[in-house]
Ligand binder design. Structure first.
Ligand code: NAP
Length: 291
């Protein structure tokens, strides 16, 4: 167990940050573990973020999270980036090793823990479809590949972004078959019929007026298959609703949010994260937001 200083400060850097549930989750964990710490929100415009990170050796936090839009740019300011974060191309958690700032990607671990632990889904040997080719999709594709998935089709409005993921992952995971296509292409429809797991890693479904990320008629009748949306608010997106209606298994992104936070806390404190307490804190914070 790591020895702690009396008071520690943790936080999250991003912009905008009005939506973040991380303080509620981490404060609840610190309280449960008896750690004297506070988790602050630093909503920084790009110029302020750059200024701060240029003097990263002077930052007096014990560890921090990074979110949109700085998950990629933060890497150049760190002393070390873990290989998985480097392949994913994004860092969401930064912790101290001696005086060095080390960047890692707990979104990937959080995604896998949610899928395997909460969803009861084992990716080994399976076929997957990932909708979207942003940072979250990259973490999901890396996680699925690491767990031995057989095939992944990645679809994005910008197919070059999907191709870039496929090319980056091929260098690390030689046995996985990657296909990259345009969102809405017929290949997506075909792959969804054959897939074992379909993941929405786009922001489509966050807003009530959003279009369908997958046409309802493309949701297979045979199954059950596993549908996971990385969105957690709303808890049931139209993507999950359509899958539920056809009898498929579904999971939203709350578990991913919880476990990425739990892993971050473990990196920072060396203690086992109290995930039950953290989940309750997240659910309560979501309830407050809904009011
Ligand atoms: P991002 O960087 O904006 O990437 C989203 C990607 O999806 C973009 O490339 C976007 O293309 C693409 N896209 C948009 N509409 C599409 C469609 N209809 N079909 C296929 N691709 C489409 O966002 P992100 O950071 O990866 O996050 C994606 C989602 O995951 C967000 O909703 C976020 O809240 C969620 N997330 C959840 C967790 C969690 O812990 N649960 C963690 C991270 C992210 P354009 O560039 O053209 O828009």
């Amino acid at each position: 167990m790591k020895k702690h200083k009396s008071f520690q400060l943790f936080g999250i850097f991003g912009h905008p940050l009005s939506h973040t549930l991380s303080p509620a989750m981490h404060e609840a964990a610190f309280h449960k573990l008896g750690i004297d710490a506070h988790y602050i929100v630093l909503d920084l415009v790009p110029a302020a973020f750059k200024k701060l990170m240029k003097r990263s050796s002077e930052i007096s936090l014990s560890g921090f999270n990074i979110t949109v839009p700085y998950k990629e740019t933060v890497m150049k300011y760190l002393d070390c980036v873990r290989p998985e974060a480097s392949t994913i191309g994004a860092v969401n958690t930064v912790f101290k090793e001696g005086k060095r700032w080390v960047g890692t990607n707990t979104d990937m671990e959080g995604f896998l823990m949610a899928l395997i632990k909460d969803g009861g889904f084992s990716p080994s040997g399976k076929k997957a479809v990932v909708l979207g080719a942003g940072g979250a999709a990259r973490a999901a594709v890396y996680g699925l590949s690491r767990e031995g998935v057989r095939e992944i089709l990645i679809a994005d409005c910008f197919p070059q972004k999907a191709r870039k993921i496929a090319n980056d992952m091929r260098k690390v995971f030689k046995r996985v078959r990657y296909q990259a296509v345009s969102a809405g292409a017929l290949e997506v429809k075909e792959a969804v019929q054959k897939a074992d797991v379909i993941i929405n890693a786009t922001p489509i479904g966050l807003k009530p007026q959003d279009p369908r990320v997958l046409p309802e008629s493309w949701v297979p009748r045979q199954g059950p298959k596993f549908f996971m949306d990385l969105i957690y608010n709303p808890a049931v997106t139209p993507f999950l609703k359509a899958a539920k209606r056809r009898g498929h298994k579904t999971l939203n992104g709350l578990g991913m949010l919880l476990y990425q936070g739990a892993r971050a806390l473990e990196h920072w404190t060396g203690r086992k994260a109290p995930s039950g307490v953290m989940r309750q804190a997240l659910l309560q914070a979501l309830k407050r937001k809904g009011k």
